[in-house]
Design a protein around this ligand. Structure first.
Ligand SMILES: [Zn+2]
Ligand SMILES: [Zn+2]
Length: 339
């Protein structure tokens, strides 16, 4: 089968490798059909690392995956050959305290696609444990199914802060994760505001029911706090940009919650006195946990059209172009590779 390897920064090689096969009776073999390009893939492509995770050997990128079941192991009961599926990319150890407590996203031994040294899914076939593979209904396309992964981040954020109907939510940064967090917050009953400078993203945010978007082409970030009629209950910071991160404290009301979702700046200046005086709750989120089934149900039941997030499709041979497309096209939201 064909697979796209990152061999060094800015270099992708399409190689012919052996097609994987089922080793474990609980596994399924999947023909990969769609893979979303994530910010993390682009980071590895350009820098060869994210923090402590360094690409030392050639690595297959891609983790937002959907496909069709080609073969099932003897013990598999939840899936059948030919079914269309979304694939949850992390396999936890299932034995540690975190796994047992149901917070398997924090498992120190999780094997997550496209995180060195674990290969991702820019390839034709993968083998995966059946309980991390989910059948998708007819009205969700295989391309849309890749968005269940970033959508899961938004659902996890809502779960973590226990978002309640009627609460006001500010979302800073309306890239794919920001927009899908917006959608999650709306579904949980939130009244949602956004901060973004890209016109295309602002337009999509409004189509998703965002009440108002602060356009940072027109308003200085530091002035947003003064133009808020009422402070919000929750902030989802999805941009990872220090200028916004530092301002989050001033958008939220006393006792409010702030969730840091976007990655970008490691160190920022946060007003700790403000955090204590206002008794703010600060959350970090790492991927997601137990969200896939719920995400699929939400998209299906609410007939959510995720297609408008997809900007362009590329074949497996064109993974390099796919990884570079977003940086070159400001109107691009999500790019899909179809192996
Ligand atoms: Zn992702
Ligand atoms: Zn574990």
């Amino acid at each position: 089968m064909k697979a796209a390897f990152l061999t060094r920064p800015y270099n992708i090689e399409i190689r012919e490798i052996e097609k994987p096969d089922i080793k474990n009776e609980d596994d399924v073999l999947i023909r990969v059909k769609s893979v979303g390009v994530c910010g993390s893939d682009i980071h590895y492509y350009k820098e060869g690392r994210i923090g402590d995770f360094v690409v030392k050997e050639p690595l297959i990128l891609g983790h937002e995956t959907s496909g069709i079941i080609e073969k099932v192991g003897k013990k598999v009961k939840n899936l059948k050959e030919g079914e269309r599926v979304a694939i949850e990319p992390g396999i936890p150890c299932r034995k540690c305290d975190y796994c047992k407590e149901g917070r398997y996203n924090l498992c120190p031994d999780v094997k997550f696609f496209a995180t060195p040294p674990i290969d991702g899914t820019f390839c034709e076939y993968i083998v995966h444990p059946s309980d991390f593979v989910y059948k998708i209904p007819e009205n969700i396309s295989l391309d849309e199914a890749t968005l269940i992964e970033p959508f899961s981040v938004g659902i996890h954020a809502c779960n973590l802060v226990n978002l309640k109907p009627g609460e006001k939510v500010m979302i800073s940064g309306l890239g794919p994760v920001g927009l899908l967090s917006l959608l999650s917050a709306k579904i949980y009953g939130g009244i949602v505001y956004g901060i973004e400078k890209n016109d295309k993203r602002i337009e999509v945010a409004k189509s998703f029911g965002c009440e108002y978007v602060f356009d940072t082409k027109k308003i200085k970030i530091k002035e947003i706090k003064n133009s808020l009629k009422e402070k919000v209950d929750v902030v989802f910071e999805c941009s990872g940009f220090s200028g916004l991160i530092e301002e989050t404290l001033y958008w939220v009301k006393r006792g409010g919650r702030i969730v840091f979702i976007g990655l970008g700046t490691d160190f920022v200046n946060l007003n700790v006195t403000k955090i204590t005086n206002d008794e703010l709750e600060i959350y970090g989120i790492f991927r997601y946990v137990n969200t896939y089934k719920k995400a699929i149900e939400i998209i299906d039941k609410n007939k959510i059209d995720l297609k408008r997030l997809i900007s362009k499709n590329f074949s497996l041979d064109k993974v390099k172009d796919a990884l570079e497309y977003i940086g070159k096209n400001s109107d691009c939201i999500k790019v899909i590779v179809n192996p």
